[in-house]
Design a protein around this ligand. Structure first.
Ligand code: 9MR
Length: 367
């Protein structure tokens, strides 16, 4: 299948108008339109499900002004068995967005997590060569077609207790912290027109992880800038965890300090971990919505905030589904671990929830 267009939906018997009405909750503006009114892009993670789930594909293209490839462009998905990449799936996914006329962000070009086992058997020199090859081939192949890359994902992971708080893994172990600048330089050479961002988790939380990562990330970014490395923006994942300490106003001030360096700010993976909320769906939805609004209200005031991306639009494709850590948190909070997550803006039947309205309201308020 080579991408799905609006015409394909119609040919398959889907009424675009009916789906759009179902997806919007009202005849008012979509999330994308509301975001544009606030000077932002609105995106969602998407992946191979759009090739078979037409209703979801239609919802994504109706609501978003950009799409973010969730997995297919990750190293382990492109090169699961050896250095030779299979780009056939990635081509289809990128083409889906192109057919819909939407720009693409891709994650994660370099990540010290989820690397395939064959990499562990290489010598340092071979790892280095594979690193460069991966960046040049992947960014080069999609030059002009992938507008934005998460060049390095999650550079810090203090729980591993490595010097500098860096996340260890194949790339870090072979190249040291220099892998970060190297990745940005190689990516810029492979596609000088692409927007290059550094993406990090946990910065929204005030627990040990968040408080340790925040200054380290700021110092790393300053150093990259001082060294003349092209870096266009910072991505804050924003998988909100209401059960952990947090102060979203303080986070907004922190995000602002990157804007002061001349960098753009992106919220790259927004969703709400609802594990500490009640089982009952309406009560849970209200709390998820309130959490989103309490986060977005201060953060939408950050200068140079350019985009908000949700880590899937619907509970139908929640990454929390079947996640053992999530289930055990639900159990600890006294909930039913078998319940379905309600962590996103649409429910499993693609009906907008209170969370959709909360994001929409916050965007309209910024406009
Ligand atoms: O949602 C993604 C899930 O399907 C993958 O199995 C996983 C590993 O590649 O990555 C998930 O997305 C993660 C993102 O790439 C980085 N931040 C955390 C996200 C959720 O785990």
């Amino acid at each position: 299948m080579v991408g799905i267009t609006r015409r394909d939906f119609a040919a398959a018997g889907f009424s675009v108008a009916a789906l759009s009405a179902a997806g919007c909750a009202s005849a008012g503006p979509t999330l994308g339109q509301a975001a544009r009114g606030a000077g932002l892009d609105f995106g969602s993670a998407f992946d191979r499900e759009v090739l078979t789930d037409r209703a979801y594909g239609e919802l994504l293209t109706a609501q978003c002004t950009k799409l973010v490839v969730e997995n297919t462009l990750k190293f382990d998905w492109l090169r699961p068995k050896g250095p030779q990449a299979d780009f056939s799936h990635a081509d289809r996914i990128v083409n889906f967005a192109k057919q819909a006329g939407l720009p693409v962000r891709a994650t994660a070009l370099v990540w010290n997590d989820w690397t395939p086992p064959w990499l562990d058997r290489l010598s340092v020199r071979e790892v280095e060569a594979t690193f460069d090859r991966h960046i040049e081939e992947t960014v080069g192949r999609y030059r002009g077609r992938i507008a934005m890359w998460d060049v390095v994902n999650e550079p810090f992971f203090p729980i591993q207790r490595r010097a500098g708080g860096f996340r260890q893994g194949v790339w870090f172990n072979a190249l040291g912290p220099a892998y970060i600048a190297r990745a940005f330089k190689r990516a810029a050479a492979a596609d000088p027109g692409a927007t290059l961002i550094l993406n990090e988790a946990f910065c929204e939380q005030d627990d040990d992880w968040g408080t340790e990562i925040r200054p380290r990330l700021l110092a790393l970014t300053k150093k990259l800038r001082d060294d003349g490395v092209k870096i266009d923006g910072i991505g804050f994942q924003a998988h909100l965890k209401p059960h952990l300490p947090h102060d979203y106003r303080r986070f907004a001030e922190y995000a602002q300090s990157f804007a002061a360096l001349g960098l753009d700010i992106h919220l790259t993976e927004l969703d709400v971990d609802d594990s500490s909320f009640p089982d009952e769906p309406a009560a849970r939805d209200a709390k998820v919505a309130a959490q989103l609004e309490s986060f977005l209200t201060p953060v939408l005031g950050v200068n140079r905030l350019k985009s908000i991306t949700v880590w899937h639009l619907s509970d139908r494709f929640s990454w929390y589904l079947g996640h053992e850590g999530y289930k055990s948190q639900v159990r600890t909070a006294g909930g039913n671990p078998q319940r379905a997550p309600r962590t996103h803006l649409y429910d499993q039947d693609l009906r907008p929830k209170a969370a959709w309205h909360a994001v929409h309201r916050a965007l309209r308020a910024r406009a």
